[in-house]
Design a protein around this ligand. Structure first.
Ligand SMILES: Cc1ncc(COP(=O)(O)O)c(C=O)c1O
Length: 417
């Protein structure tokens, strides 16, 4: 028996009347990320540990982890207890809670490059702030970015030709290919004294494409180039942060960023983001006008303190990497036994996978859909995520689901050897 989604569909019809596109952004079907759309639930009812339940009562092992925030397991009891305790004391208050100082101290103790921390709500708040800080510090405008990189939805991060984006929004962006130091060096030479910032994710994790780690000396060369030319090196660790290294992903790859953007995994789903930086940029960030109504709210701050302490205690990046390695090694093996070449890229705690027997993604979309309809929630366009509540039994169950899904796709495609 495979899952059906009657209530999800009914809810989606109601949603479409009162919410633009029903479910906007990457969580909804309008962006073409859920193909075929009838394989996916649209609305959830509850979540616990490595699982979520949809409105039809279907239970999924969740390998998307809310696109990253779920790192310890949904509704982690320690994190939620800290949040609720703080809620009883106060959340959004005229003066910030002293918990904010505690969290900043913890971030500075935890993240190798950090001398200070600034809190906001979403990843995009702090990637935009990083660019502003770089501009304030250097008095320059231009920013080097990686083609296919994602830093949020602020107009400067979008592409010309997208609705509502003007030439002025993106006029100062210069794009290079990932892992091409020579291109970055050329841009820096051609724009002397004009580049404020180089911003990239610690490794390349675009959508619909294999993910790519940095070449051996890539970051060390970029670091030196930035230092030699007065360019701020800003790392967008919104997605990778604390899934590679509790000290930051720059530390994982052996270099030191000037600015680091954190969000998803820092509070296990409570809404907070952080920009960390070095002392050299403290005056620059202090000079920038930047704030929001809920940015200093104490509940997510209390949750984040507990989350980071727990991540350190259980060495979450190491655990997530080993769980991810076990899972993906098994999936590759099972795929092979059915004649499928499942290619896994990125890092195991947030791997990207793709059936490479055809270039069209059709086989991959079909296999992912069959997994979802049996209770293993993957998506076919984006990297997946591991959370630390995942058990060996969950991994075994995923193997069984994947095996069945490969069989179904193979029966549909007898051409596969
Ligand atoms: C690498 C990266 N940067 C920035 C963002 C934007 O974060 P948010 O959606 O919280 O604004 C994301 C979100 O997926 C991301 O993955």
């Amino acid at each position: 028996m495979t899952f059906t989604y009657q209530k999800s569909l009914e809810m989606f019809k109601r949603a479409s009347k009162v919410i633009p596109t029903g479910i906007y952004g990457h969580l909804g079907p309008a962006e073409g990320c859920f193909i075929p759309s009838n394989a996916y639930p649209f609305f959830s009812e509850r979540a616990k540990g490595a699982y979520f339940w949809d409105v039809d009562g279907n239970k999924f092992i969740d390998y998307m982890c809310a696109y990253g925030p779920n790192i310890l397991g949904y509704n982690d009891e320690d994190v939620d207890a800290a949040a609720l305790k703080q809620a009883a004391l106060g959340n959004c208050v005229t003066s910030p809670s002293s918990k904010m100082v505690e969290l900043a101290e913890l971030m500075v103790d935890t993240v190798a490059m950090a001398d200070w921390a600034f809190f906001a709500k979403n990843g995009g708040d702090v990637t935009s702030l990083a660019v502003m800080v770089a501009r304030a510090a250097t008095g320059r405008k231009k920013v080097i970015l990686i083609k296919g990189g994602y830093h949020g939805v602020a107009p400067w991060t979008q592409k010309l030709g997208y609705p509502a984006i003007t030439e002025e929004d993106v006029a100062n962006n210069i794009y290079v290919d990932w892992n091409r130091y020579d291109q970055v060096e050329k841009i820096v030479k051609e724009n002397p004294g004009e580049i404020a910032c180089f911003m990239a994710t610690p490794y390349h994790h675009p959508v619909f494409e294999d993910n790519e780690l940095p070449k051996d000396d890539y970051w060390q060369k970029i670091r030196k180039l930035c230092t030699d030319n007065g360019i701020v090196l800003a790392i967008d660790d919104v997605r990778c942060g604390f899934r590679l290294d509790i000290e930051g992903s720059d530390h994982y790859f052996g270099f030191k960023a000037d600015l680091m953007c954190f969000c998803k995994a820092i509070a296990n789903g409570w809404n907070i983001s952080a920009l960390c930086g070095t002392d050299a940029l403290k005056d620059a960030i202090s000079s920038v006008m930047y704030t929001g109504s809920y940015w200093l709210s104490a509940v997510p701050i209390a949750a984040s303190i507990e989350c980071i302490k727990k991540l350190k205690k259980i060495d979450a990046p190491k655990l997530a990497q080993s769980l991810g390695k076990k899972l993906t090694d098994g999936l590759v093996k099972i795929g092979k036994s059915h004649g499928f070449d499942l290619v896994v890229t990125g890092v195991p705690s947030m791997w990207y996978m793709r059936i490479a027997n055809d270039d069209s993604m059709i086989l991959h979309q079909e296999w992912v859909a069959e997994c979802v309809k049996r209770g293993a929630f993957f998506v076919n366009h984006h990297n997946q995520f591991i959370n630390c509540a995942l058990t060996e039994d969950d991994i075994k169950l995923t193997y069984d689901i994947a095996d069945e899904a490969f069989k179904v796709v193979k029966n549909r495609h007898p051409e596969i050897e």
